[in-house]
Design a protein around this ligand. Structure first.
Ligand SMILES: Nc1ncnc2c1ncn2[C@@H]1O[C@H](COP(=O)(O)OP(=O)(O)OP(=O)(O)O)[C@@H](O)[C@H]1O
Ligand SMILES: [Mg+2]
Length: 272
């Protein structure tokens, strides 16, 4: 698929984040090799690809944590890696992250975990901090668990608490790395619902790395598939899903067969 084809033509101002020619070299190894992606305001953008293909690395480049070896990332028109420390700090505050294995602090209640970014980055009065943290927990359906310690939460509740923490500062965009990893299909679908709700109801732009095809299908507006360090497909969900490129068919169909019963719904969608 050609990412610059007619379907992807649009006004530059629709793009919140643009990455151009991203190349990542770790030692002798090229992980990403000339990756171009643009995240549009208000969309759910899903990143897929085999394990080790560079999905987490791409996310780290996009959110300002890792400068690419070659290439550039701009956020709202500002070049991320040449920004002044003040601008970088500002852009980071507008960005939420919920990373692979990103744990909640075990010694703090769920409410205090969500309040933490507000305490660290604002001088809001205590009552406003607590009210805001409660509101975020309510947005992910966890208000009832506000005073629990993370150790007493189920896997799905932990993920939702991490999402509440990622949206504590009202970010424009949130990056999720494998939000449904390790969850059973029903709990994974609950996390998908939270992501969809935050996007559709609150307009937060979402970038989600997942290897879970049913999740990808449920939440994505657009999808990028990375294979061998390059963009193998990029576009609207259904277009990528039906892309005839044999390498892509192989990736998608092999993954679907490896999925649990939720994969069947997606196979039916594929065949429809
Ligand atoms: N800081 C680093 N130094 C050296 N190599 C790294 C570093 N970070 C990642 N890599 C390597 O880059 C490759 C891509 O890693 P990355 O974590 O981005 O993959 P991924 O697609 O997220 O995989 P997974 O699906 O397993 O999470 C891997 O081979 C990894 O070992
Ligand atoms: Mg990863």
């Amino acid at each position: 698929m050609n990412p610059t084809g007619p379907v992807d033509e649009r006004r530059a101002s629709d793009d919140l984040v643009r990455a151009i020619a991203l190349t990542t070299q770790f030692g002798d190894r090229i992980v990403l090799d000339g990756v171009d992606v643009a995240i549009r305001r208000g969309e759910v953008f899903v990143v897929m690809g085999p394990s080790g293909c560079g999905k987490t690395t791409l996310l780290r480049h996009l959110c300002g944590l890792l400068p690419p070896t070659i290439g550039s990332v701009s956020v709202a028109g500002h070049d991320l890696y040449s920004a002044s420390p003040e601008l970088l700090h500002h852009l980071r505050l507008r960005t939420g992250m919920s990373f692979q294995g990103g744990a909640l602090l075990g010694s703090l209640s769920v409410l205090e975990n969500v309040a933490l970014p507000l305490r660290e980055n604002t001088d809001l009065p205590e009552a406003v901090i607590l009210a805001t943290a409660r509101m975020k927990l309510d947005m992910v359906g966890l208000l009832h668990a506000a005073h629990l310690l993370p150790s007493s939460l189920s896997g799905g509740m932990k993920k939702r608490a991490a999402i509440a923490r990622a949206i504590a500062l009202d970010p424009d965009i949130v990056y999720f790395d494998e939000p449904s990893a390790g969850l059973d299909p029903i709990t994974a679908a609950e996390v998908d619902n939270v992501i969809t709700k935050l996007n559709k109801v609150f307009g937060i732009t979402m970038v989600v790395v997942t290897h879970d095809l049913p999740s990808a299908h449920a939440i994505a507006d657009r999808i990028v598939v990375l294979l061998d360090g390059k963009v193998a497909a990029l576009g609207e969900r259904d277009r990528v899903w039906h892309d005839p490129n044999p390498r892509l068919r192989d990736f998608i169909e092999r993954r679907l067969r490896a999925e649990d019963s939720r994969g069947m719904d997606v196979i039916q969608h594929l065949e429809a």
